[in-house]
Design a protein around this ligand. Structure first.
Ligand code: FAD
Length: 435
């Protein structure tokens, strides 16, 4: 056991990315291979939780038992350039996998707006990017090697142990440990990226057409400005062009300064921001897909995101903006709006239909209780389903009514982990009626 970091963090405190979730696991294990993981798991105190990059805002990875990290288990295991598929370490980070896959002539079809997450962490919460024709990352999974509570490694796919495979595609780590994943990829491609600002009414009247015609389209509404920023990506064969370093973090800190300076004087803030937007220089660059789709986010925040039916989403967005601009002058982070294609995954929030995702952020040092008291009721009235890794207050009964296959997922979970080795009090509130 010399090359594991077993016990290295006993007594240490674990926190997630934004710092709103804290845990004190009794044991942390970080194996270098599947056999070692299997051995270590036998004596690991429960509950056992795997953590990826810790980028979820809910207590999904929190445990006072054993925390498992798969960071040291490598990247690409094998690649099939004909089928455009690869088996990879499920615990590898997307930012490491993208260049490694490129070496095999492969690329992710789509990504979210960061790539710091682990593949398994991203899959397990249905992490998504944007694009009317592009589904969440979980929809790209073809098979898994799963380490179960009983210590068996199962290979599951549509053709083999299908029920377990379907449960694993979005599982919140409640089925077992995803050790390896087989994923569907595409050939590497370049994107033409454009960003621009415009009055939000113009933006909203064009958004539907933009989603229909652009490969990737999303927008950010900047509270108290009346302006939105659009980001569009189109596939191109043209070569990459130089790209200045991103100033996204500076822009967000500029919005914070405008908030701090204006205080409750909302009209002076609106006037200042409108002036700034008149001078907004958008981007117009060409580059490699994974470098353009993913950005860095270094100003910490907490977030609630709901995936809403297309018919109700923009009215719900309007209600959210009205509430924030009337009651919450402390909010300065832009509200992010994206669209994804539907899929058939049991616990995917996009199950059955494409949805529009609306995300509200609060600076990590600011209060976010209004997410639950005022924003979540708007999203729920609009028929939304929460992002599994972002803040929400839903419990077993609520979730059952939102997901047609919820009971099926819970049945597979009970069957494969009857003693609840992967269950924490938080997960029980999601998956067990009596909790
Ligand atoms: C700055 C920032 C930007 C973000 N941008 C986006 C975005 O653009 N789109 C989007 O949809 N989401 C986004 N998210 C949310 C994020 O993608 C999800 O919360 C994702 O789950 C985080 O991945 P992770 O590797 O950090 O997983 P963690 O948060 O560490 O874990 C998430 C879940 O996966 C489980 N898990 C991890 N590894 C395994 C494994 N090997 N086997 C079984 N279960 C496992 C964990 O137990 C847990 O239940 C963002 C979050 C942040 C902080």
């Amino acid at each position: 056991m010399t090359d594991t970091k077993e016990n290295a963090e006993i007594g240490d405190t674990w926190t997630n990315w934004s710092g709103n979730q804290i845990a004190k696991p009794m044991k942390v294990i970080e194996p270098v291979g599947a056999d070692q993981l299997k051995t270590l798991l036998k004596t690991a105190p429960g509950p056992v939780r795997v953590v990826g990059a810790g980028h979820s805002f809910t207590p999904l990875a929190c445990t006072d038992g054993t925390l498992v990290r798969l960071d040291r288990m490598g990247l690409v295991r094998s690649a099939d350039s004909e089928r455009k598929t690869a088996w990879v370490n499920a615990g590898a980070r997307l930012k490491d996998l993208s260049p490694a896959l490129e070496d095999h002539g492969l690329a992710f079809r789509n990504l979210g707006d960061i790539n710091a997450q682990s593949l398994a962490g991203a899959i397990s919460t249905a992490t998504h990017g944007t694009g009317e024709g592009l589904a969440c990352l979980s929809a790209e999974t073809l098979a898994f090697k799963l380490l179960t509570a009983s210590g068996d490694v199962m290979t599951v796919s549509r053709d083999k142990d299908r029920e377990v495979f379907e449960a694993c595609r979005v599982s919140l780590g409640a089925i077992g440990i995803l050790v390896e994943a087989e994923i569907q990829l595409v050939a590497p491609y370049n994107l033409h990226r454009r960003t621009w600002a415009e009055p939000v009414d113009d933006l909203l009247s064009a958004a539907g057409t933009r989603w229909q015609t652009l490969r990737n389209y999303e927008f950010f509404y900047v509270p108290f400005s009346g302006y939105g920023i659009s980001i569009a990506h189109e596939e191109t064969d043209a070569p990459a062009t130089p790209r200045p370093e991103s100033d996204d973090d500076d822009a967000v800190l500029g919005l914070k300064r405008a908030r701090d300076y204006a205080g409750d004087n909302v009209s002076s803030r609106r006037e200042f921001l409108a002036g700034a937007f008149e001078q907004f220089d958008g981007e117009d660059v060409i580059g490699n897909s994974w470098q353009l789709l993913a950005s860095e986010r270094n100003v910490p925040f907490n977030e609630m995101e709901y995936h809403l039916p297309v018919e109700t989403a923009l009215d719900a967005l309007d209600e959210v903006i009205t509430y924030i601009e009337r009651e919450r002058p402390d909010v300065f982070f832009p509200i992010e709006v994206r669209k994804s294609a539907g899929d058939d995954i049991w616990l995917s929030p996009f199950n059955g239909e494409g949805r529009i995702s609306v995300a509200v952020h609060a600076f990590a040092e600011d209060a976010y209780d209004f997410f639950f008291s005022h924003i979540e009721p708007i999203f729920r009235r609009a028929g939304g389903r929460p992002h599994w890794g972002k803040l929400h207050n839903l419990r077993h009964r609520d979730l059952r009514s939102l997901y047609p296959q919820f009971d099926r997922f819970c049945a597979v979970r009970r069957e494969i982990d009857p003693e609840g080795r992967f269950m924490t009090p938080y997960l029980r509130t999601l998956f067990e009626p009596e909790a």
